[in-house]
Design a protein around this ligand. Structure first.
Ligand SMILES: [Zn+2]
Length: 297
């Protein structure tokens, strides 16, 4: 099986980086993947990675709920319970930061389309991009709208008021190409909202290679606060606000304890989640997952 070695940092292009961890694909293959850290911009990235053709095989899991909407394990049930609340909270945040109650929104990596459906129901015009074909079809059915694949997105000339990437930037195969396209697809006063895991969080530092949010090889990039701000500045975006996603430290700690380490100490997992939540509450730079809101600088 051919794997692709990443020669330069996918964010800043530096060739100065070093291996910091070896993590396992706990969800699908059990294979190990190495994680590098860029000495210049602090982005971590998975390398080598599966080829574009092979990567689809690493998404083939019933547990990959953000794509298939199925799966009945204990953790999936918690996830869906939390999802109900997070959909409402995402909508509120979009409306707060865009200062609009309607407009045209694009969700990149829209999965099965639950978020877009919520937005449509509240009066927004929606558009989505989803690379996974099964998820794309589901999203089309779910939202009653046309969902674009990658090629269609790059060809389209539509401009948006809001572009959201909820835990999807870390999956996109060409980081800078997508960010450039996002930058030209945004209206002058538009906002970009990006939620990604933060490897400098307490739970990440505690679980190290067993931190579920490394999620190799599906996560190609692992961001720190400074890495994402730096790359977005290259595309002329200015950080307006950053906020931790409050459920993520608990969810990721439970997933790390149960699914990655295959241990069952729920109290320990919740304790780590709580400590991480508390740090992220005081300082978003320490949040387990962080929502970044960018506008044009
Ligand atoms: Zn770099």
């Amino acid at each position: 099986m051919g794997k692709i070695v990443i020669q330069n940092c996918p964010a800043c292009g530096s060739n100065k980086y070093e291996k910091v961890l070896t993590a396992s694909d706990y969800l699908v293959s059990g294979e190990s993947f190495e994680i590098m850290e860029c000495n210049d911009c602090s982005l971590r990235f998975t390398s080598p990675i599966p080829s574009n053709i092979e990567i689809g095989n690493y998404y083939k899991s019933d547990d990959y709920i953000s794509h298939t909407g199925k799966g009945n394990s204990f953790i999936n049930k918690i996830y869906r319970f939390v999802q109900y609340f997070t959909l409402c909270s995402k909508k509120k945040k979009v409306e707060k930061y865009s200062q609009k109650n309607s407009g045209l929104i694009l969700d990149i990596g829209c999965g099965a389309g639950d978020f877009l459906k919520t937005m449509k129901q509240s009066g927004w015009e929606i558009n989505g991009v989803e690379i996974n074909e099964i998820a794309r079809k589901l999203a089309g059915k779910n939202t009653g709208s046309v969902i674009l694949n990658q090629t269609e997105f790059f060809k389209s000339e539509q401009k948006y008021d809001v572009i959201t990437l909820w835990h999807s930037l870390e999956h996109l195969n060409t980081l800078t190409r997508f960010l450039e396209k996002i930058s030209i697809s945004l209206n002058a006063n538009g906002v970009v909202m990006i939620a990604v895991p933060n490897y400098q969080s307490f739970d990440a530092e505690y679980f190290r290679q067993d931190w579920a949010a490394y999620d190799v090889p599906r996560h190609l990039y692992h961001f720190s606060f400074s890495a994402i701000v730096e790359i977005m500045e290259k595309f002329k975006f200015k950080l307006m606000e950053s906020k931790q996603l409050p459920f993520d430290p608990f969810y990721v700690s439970l997933l790390s304890e149960f699914s990655v380490m295959k241990k069952h100490n729920i109290l320990k997992a919740l304790w780590i989640g709580w400590k991480s939540y508390w740090q992220g509450r005081k300082d978003a730079r320490k949040g387990s997952s962080v929502l970044y809101i960018f506008k044009r600088g």
